[in-house]
Each structure stands twice: as structure tokens, then as C-alpha cells.
Design a protein around this ligand. Structure first.
Ligand code: PAF
Length: 280
């Protein structure tokens, strides 16, 4: 069922009283199998599920990126219905989420928000924190579901809950991939078939890091990844880092007692793709 406004949402808010567990899957639409797997998981684990679809202006540091972001509401509704007709879909307006104007609040997330996405998309995590704080306030879910493709975002959301004291369990879910390893993402809709095929380069390089990072010097591995991308005419590497999973500070060398994760962001034409892989 589609809910466009707060009033419609509050009409259904008694679901919270009647049901013991309310699950939220926050999205920006252009849903893919990764999102659907989150919705299915939420549907299995919760008594009632709300999917929010809102392209959040405050998390885009690049206005062009916001304009180009794919919007496919009719297909999204069909896809959600294919999981279950019981799922509620909340599609608010910008005015409803930001009655005082679309401004991001600043949060002190610490080191987890400083590097990689935090460095290259200034203000992005403040925008994500602002919209989620608002959605959690309005919907008051017991559980909220996020994909590990945005691993840094997942860490930020866990921190957000600590900061705001909102009582929501944050559930991280495994990345869904195409056959060539490309992580499913709404932005993949902006790639040609050829670009999609070539985009397996990201997963290949993450796997290369995983196979080599305990045996070769880290800087040599990162240099090799940089060269691999330079040899590929379609892709421009923005960053490749191996970071401690706890503080998300990029490492210069590997210490045996720490757990690490590799992170890549790359452009294919103007489409920005990110991915990561646990190295444990
Ligand atoms: O991952 C996303 O789609 C967005 O960052 C989120 C969590 C829906 C907040 O706008």
C-alpha cells in the first residue's frame, strides 16, 4: 500500500501497537534485487514492514548526481508488491521530510565518516544522518535494514543511533552481486551493457587485494590496483583503500591483530560506483 503523507502514515501507525515488530527498509528508490533481499529479510523477521522511497537532497554533494539519480516509482511499487502486498510504501515529499528547508544537521560521527566516502563526498554522511534521524522519528521502527555495499554508511547509521539514542536495531545485510561480481546498485541502471560487463573490474580488484594483502606490502598492492584501473579505458579510480573495520581509518601497513576491509570507488563515465570486501 502506497502512503504519500504523514497523515496516511499515522493512520497506519497503530500497526506499531498491534504488531510487536515494525521493520523499516529506507531506500532512495530505483529498487534492485539487493533492495528486494532487504525487504524479504525484513518481511521474514518483522510483523509489519515499511519501505521508504525518498531521494534525499541533503546527501548529494553534487547537484548533477542528484538530478541524474534514477527515479522509477511505478516499477518500484510493482517490485515491492512482488515480495508481498502487505508491505507499506512511504513516499514523502521534500517538504514533508524537511518542513524548515532541506538542510543537513551536523553529526560527530568520528573517524568512520572522515575518509573514503567522507573525504570525497563532503557533507554526505550528515545528509544521510539527517534523513534517517527524521525517518526513525516519524516511523519509529524496531528494526531498520541496510546493505553492506555501503559499509561506511552502515557504520555511520550504527553511530547515529548511539548519538540520537533512538531505539532501532540496525541490521546489516550482505551485498547482492551480478554474475561478474558487480555489486547491485541503483546507479547500475545508468550503465550500458558493455559498461556493466566491464564493471567487474571493481570486484576483481577487491578479490586481488584479499588474496594478496597478507603476503605483499600494502602499498605495492594498492599501486597494482591503481595501474589496473589506469589500463582500463572505461574506468577512473577515485580511491582504493584498505581500512581497519572498526575505525575505518585507511591503513598504511597491515597489523596481524586487526580486521580489515578493502574499499573502492570508481567512475565509469560519470557514474560513480562503490564496493567493499571483508579481508578476514
Ligand atoms: O543507501 C541509501 O539508499 C540512502 O543513503 C538511504 C539510507 C536511504 C538514506 O537516504
Amino acid at each position: 500500500m502506497l502512503l504519500g503523507h504523514f497523515s496516511e502514515l499515522t493512520e497506519h501507525i497503530d500497526i506499531k501497537v498491534k504488531s510487536s515488530v515494525l521493520g523499516l527498509v529506507p531506500t532512495m528508490g530505483a529498487l534492485h534485487e539487493g533492495h528486494l533481499s532487504l525487504i524479504k529479510k525484513a518481511h521474514m523477521e518483522c510483523d509489519k514492514v515499511i519501505v521508504s522511497i525518498f531521494v534525499n537532497p541533503t546527501q548529494f554533494n553534487n547537484p548533477d548526481d542528484l538530478t541524474k539519480y534514477p527515479r522509477t516509482l511505478d516499477q518500484d511499487l510493482d517490485a515491492i508488491n512482488s515480495v508481498s502486498k502487505d508491505v507499506l510504501v512511504y513516499v514523502p515529499t521534500v517538504e514533508e521530510i524537511y518542513p524548515e528547508g532541506a538542510e543537513a544537521e551536523h553529526f560527530e560521527f568520528g573517524t568512520i565518516s572522515k575518509f573514503m566516502e567522507g573525504e570525497y563526498r563532503q557533507g554526505h554522511f550528515d545528509g544521510v544522518g539527517t534523513v534517517l534521524k527524521r525517518l526513525f522519528e516519524v516511523i519509529n521502527p524496531d528494526r531498520a535494514y541496510f546493505g553492506e555495499k555501503d559499509f561506511q554508511q552502515l557504520a555511520v547509521v550504527r553511530k547515529l543511533i548511539e548519538i540520537t539514542g533512538q531505539n532501532v536495531s540496525i541490521i546489516g545485510c550482505e551485498t547482492f552481486r551480478e554474475n561478474n561480481g558487480l555489486a547491485k546498485s541503483s546507479r547500475n541502471k545508468l550503465l550500458t551493457l558493455e559498461e556493466k560487463e566491464q564493471a567487474g573490474i571493481i570486484f576483481e580488484n577487491l578479490k586481488y587485494i584479499k588474496s594478496n594483502f597478507r603476503d605483499k606490502p600494502l602499498l605495492e598492492i594498492l599501486e597494482k590496483v591503481k595501474n589496473n584501473f589506469e589500463d582500463s579505458p572505461l574506468f577512473n579510480l577515485e580511491y582504493c583503500e584498505v581500512a581497519d573495520e572498526k575505525d575505518l581509518i585507511p591503513a598504511k601497513k597491515i597489523e596481524s591483530d586487526k580486521n580489515y576491509r578493502a574499499f573502492i570507488a570508481a567512475y565509469c563515465n560519470n557514474v560513480r560506483l562503490i564496493d567493499n570486501m571483508s579481508l578476514n
